[in-house]
Design a protein around this ligand. Sequence first.
Ligand code: MLT
Length: 335
Amino acid sequence: MFKKTLLASLAVGLLAVAPTASWAAEYTIRLSHGDNENNPTHFGAQMFERLAEEYTNGRVDVQIFPANQLGTEQEVAQALRMGAIEAEILYTGNLVPLAPSVGVMMLPYAFTSNEQVWAAMDALKEPLNERLTEEAGVRILGYFEKGFRVLTNSQRPVETIEDLEGLKIRVSKNNIAIETFKSWGLNPIPMAWAEVFPALQQGVIDGQENPYTTAISSKFYEVQTYITEIHYMIWSGPLIVSERFYQGLPADIQEALNRAGEEAAMYQRGVSGELTEEAKAKLVELGMVLSGPPKDEEKWQTAAQAIWPQFYEDIGGEAWVKEAQAIMEEAIQGN
Ligand code: MLT
């Protein structure tokens, strides 16, 4: 019901706004993301397009480029720093190497529910912006979320940590993901998101981890059989804008973009929750075997949490980690 109503209003809004924006726009925002058009990331991007154009009375024209058309998530983030592309939605893990401080969202097994992540992301938006504008020349407008990253593979059901042995698992290119998988006894393969499907297809890797909705939108059911519902990391992803571009905008447009980013994120989180439930049922219909959580997930959790301190220097230093954790904790308690 929620999704149908929101998707219907999105469709009506797109029709209403697009003609104005196409001839009257003073500013163009090219918005890149790495997912296909049936992924919750894209639905959130469409909502941002609609709201940004509406709240600026068509002075801004947002053009969406899905599926890594403008480059990999990390390449595009670099281009934002230079002001060569204006905006992007990307997995937090793909931003960490450029903007270390955002890594506070990535400590394994830090969150136990979507709601906790929403509270944390919203409370951290401005403190993070103070740091990310310096570190990476980007600013967060809104924070998207797509549920837990679940493990898929083509070889066998993974029900215990021992079942991982010998599997070739791709992870995103950041130290936290790499070291977490090492703590489980694996030697993971860091790889750009844009290369994952062909690598699975060709057997270069046996598996990967991403949300249920991505297993549908990226057609992983064609090349993967088994899913294990691990809970080490929720897919969080900021909608970022180039700071160079943003600082060239008048204050009223900046304000409108912030409002559009925050509201698009709220919408995207709701749609994602519904599509996640649908995705699980569909993946079973499509022949995938869902094993649920590992029988010994506390072992995965203990191993991954034990290595938190080794990341602190890489994600902005212990003082920042403690400050961010206090902000998140307060937001989660007050939620
Ligand atoms: C990744 O695994 O690199 C990301 O989760 C892909 C995405 O942004 O959906």
